[in-house]
Design a protein around this ligand. Structure first.
Ligand code: DAH
Length: 355
């Protein structure tokens, strides 16, 4: 019997039997591996007498195809059986009780940041970000607060190194510097984010949130600042009109500087924002000091504008009737469930009160 016939008989029988994947792979390598039976036959072709060579080569190719096809079929068959067995075993039991579904809530501070960003974006402000770990230059010096300036004491800074060069930013104002250093005027940005001061009681936490605003262009004046804040506060508190006053103040990075209070009163035990004879301080602002513009190479003879810094947590407390700031950062699940926002239930991004 010729070699080819022997191979054919032997392997056809083998391939008809019941095989698993490792066994079939073994057969494949016995036949077609580097020194496999079929591969060796191919190497022999050159030494066969010329008269027989053509037929031998043709028979060998036919046998090779036949075995190869059989092996492929067998592999397919084995894989199908495995899939079917798995499907049978892992069939879903639709009568099982469903798993408990818990939907998370959006933290009031996150909700408030979203609201603030939407309100300002409607009048052309874009959102910038800066890192929590700042350098001393961006946080103080570039903002016209040189070393030994008394305003540095107000900030109770968390320094991160002995040389006092790295710190946790004490306000979002350094984002003004970062923005003006990286782009060219005009600028119209807000920068919400975390800020840090060594301070802790019912109304102060060592980590809190601010949003910075900066608008620099060729003809910006305090009237624009007033209009912008009036628009923001009425939109934010969802009221038609707001009583607001600018009180002269001092910040090293603005001249003139002001603090803004809004009117309020307590009626039937409820806080009413925007009316009444009492005042609540909500933000600091002013016209950007020319020294700050010069520090970031903006020509202060051509460009000017306003800046403001608002405490976000305070706004969230006022809007949503939360009276202890510390609860914001305690991660009490029950508190979050009560004061948090349903992600699918807020009608528009900043109409938080009408939910
Ligand atoms: N950075 C000030 C603070 O944290 C707030 C502030 C006041 C920001 C006036 C400003 C500004 O941009 O113009 O107390």
């Amino acid at each position: 019997m010729s070699d080819l016939k022997k191979i054919k008989d032997e392997f056809l029988t083998k391939l008809k039997g019941k095989l698993n994947l490792p066994e079939i792979n073994q057969i494949k390598s016995d036949l077609f591996g580097k020194n496999g039976l079929i591969s060796s036959q191919f190497k022999k072709i050159g030494s066969i007498v010329e008269s027989d060579r053509k037929k031998f080569a043709s028979d060998l190719n036919i046998l090779k195809d036949e075995l190869q096809n059989l092996i492929d079929l067998k592999i397919q068959e084995i894989e199908n059986t495995e899939i079917n067995e798995k499907l049978e075993k892992e069939r879903i039991d639709v009568t099982l009780p469903e798993r408990n579904f818990v939907r998370g809530k959006i933290h009031p501070v996150s909700q408030t940041i979203d609201e603030i960003s939407s309100i300002f974006s409607e009048i052309g402000f874009s959102v910038e970000e800066g890192p929590d770990v700042e350098n001393e230059y961006n946080n103080f010096t570039a903002l016209n607060t040189p070393k030994n300036h008394p305003a540095r004491d107000m900030h109770d800074t968390f320094y991160l190194d002995e040389k006092k060069e790295k710190l946790l930013r004490t306000h979002t104002s350094p984002v003004q510097i970062r923005t003006m250093l990286k782009d060219k005027p005009p600028f119209k940005i807000i920068a919400p984010g975390r800020t840090y001061r060594s301070d802790s009681d019912q109304t102060h936490a060592p980590m809190f949130h601010q949003v910075e605003g900066l608008h620099i262009d060729k003809n910006i004046n305090m009237g624009h600042l007033k209009g912008c804040l009036d628009y923001f506060i009425t939109e934010f508190f969802e009221v038609k009109k707001i009583k607001m006053r600018f009180r002269p103040s001092h910040f090293p990075f603005t001249e003139p500087s002001a603090e803004v209070d809004i009117g309020y009163e307590i009626r039937d035990g409820k806080l009413i924002i925007g009316e009444g004879n009492k005042w609540l301080e909500i933000l600091g602002c002013g016209m950007v000091h020319p020294n700050v513009l010069n520090n970031v190479k903006v020509d202060s003879t051509k460009y000017q504008g306003y800046a403001f810094g608002i405490g976000i947590d305070r706004l969230a407390m006022l809007k949503y009737g939360i009276n202890d700031l510390r609860a914001f950062f305690e991660c009490d699940y029950r508190w979050l469930n009560h004061f948090g926002f349903d992600p699918l239930d807020v009608p528009t991004s900043y109409r938080g009160l009408s939910r």
